[in-house]
Design a protein around this ligand. Sequence first.
Ligand SMILES: Cc1cc2nc3c(=O)[nH]c(=O)nc-3n(C[C@H](O)[C@H](O)[C@H](O)COP(=O)(O)OP(=O)(O)OC[C@H]3O[C@@H](n4cnc5c(N)ncnc54)[C@H](O)[C@@H]3O)c2cc1C
Length: 425
Amino acid sequence: MQKKRLVIIGGGFAGLNVAKNIDKTLYDVTVVDRHNYHSFPPLFYQVASSGLEPASISFPLRRELTRRCYRGCRYHMGDVRAIDASAKLVRTQYEDIPYDVLVIAAGTTNNFFGNTELEKHVYTLKSTPQAIRCRNEILDRLERASLTADAGARRRLLTFAVIGGGPTGVEIAGALGELKRFVLKKEYPGIKENEVKVILIEGTDRLLRTMSARSSADAAKALDQLGVEVRLHTMTKSYTKGIVELEGGETFAADTVIWTAGVQGVAFDLENTDVKPSFGGRFDVDEYNAVRGLDDVYAIGDIALHMDEKYPKGHPQVAQVAIQQGRTLARNLSRPDSRKPFEYHDKGSMATIGRNRAVVDMGKMHLSGRLAWMAWMFIHLISLLGMRNKIVVLVNWTYSYFTFSSGLRLMLRPGKYPVRSYWND
Ligand SMILES: Cc1cc2nc3c(=O)[nH]c(=O)nc-3n(C[C@H](O)[C@H](O)[C@H](O)COP(=O)(O)OP(=O)(O)OC[C@H]3O[C@@H](n4cnc5c(N)ncnc54)[C@H](O)[C@@H]3O)c2cc1C
């Protein structure tokens, strides 16, 4: 029997779980990803705050695919730009890849809600390169502030605004708070703690809206202890020329604004079909993750929108949904005669706000403080791909726990030349 060509767009949590669990005697599997590594988004903020090196939260896809459970799977580097639904082709900047079955697992990207000015000037945390950029810029501000005596310039350089009070916003604001409280006096003696302002701006009435009210309150308290100013019920209107303008007219100067306030599905040109992504740029799927209106095309993870009675607005965009959808889809494609509808088993959620400060919700159980922080560390450690990464991360965390220090405050910027002008990318 000839194998079907299964193409998976995205080697994230969702895509890799399909590749790992699918029956390779039935499918010839190709994973296409714009990066040649698997990333671990929950720890991007630690790269941005110089807590971890990028390599320790990334894992080479080619190396991962050599494992026995992926035997026969191939990796193709490429940024998927179009899907031709009638010719059954996936188009990257380098090639057209034919498929019999397509799995879209490309996740999400930043959403600036049409504000192109904002998009051009804020820093983001949706990929490892973005996290590295953010780290470089934070360090750049501290270095520049150390060089100037001008009070206005120092205020602008040392004001860090984080927009969006979800887990990512809370975590990066907490990390900046720790920098202000514990690192500056050791490593930047020219900057006083009270000169640094970290402002977390959230449009709704509480932080961590997807978690319990107790978690929101505990997170706000922990941020306050770290000297982070939390502004609730506050919408950001614009950010131009270094000035943040809030709805209502208030303005303040900040040279660093980190945007964590919105995500949307990665977009592709959909050729020879009328199907369009639904709200949030997510593909509307049925209970088997089949994209409605497209033959042999499935969407899983953050980019899928599966609405049911329990989740009328779709499942939360978290790693567990992606992993579980990947596994279920692999099983269903491997055993088409006994398909099972997807059912999400919520294992709880957590966020950290710095050392000894975290919040965990598991069913009706709520934890905060050191115990929650240890649970957070344990879960994140075991979820990382690769033993080397687990060890490196553990060593880094242990070292910085006792020393309040990090050897990673490095501004590593790529060189500008040579320009690779005649290549497609
Ligand atoms: C900063 C941050 C913190 C988070 N913290 C948590 C947390 O603490 N707990 C939690 O459960 N979840 C967290 N999440 C959410 C979690 O990371 C996602 O739910 C999960 O990664 C979704 O998995 P996925 O496979 O759908 O997408 P991803 O993991 O995003 O993988 C998508 C893959 O597709 C590739 N790709 C994208 N577009 C293209 C294209 N056009 N062509 C080729 N390849 C492409 C990407 O390179 C990537 O490898 C966080 C997310 C972020 C951004």
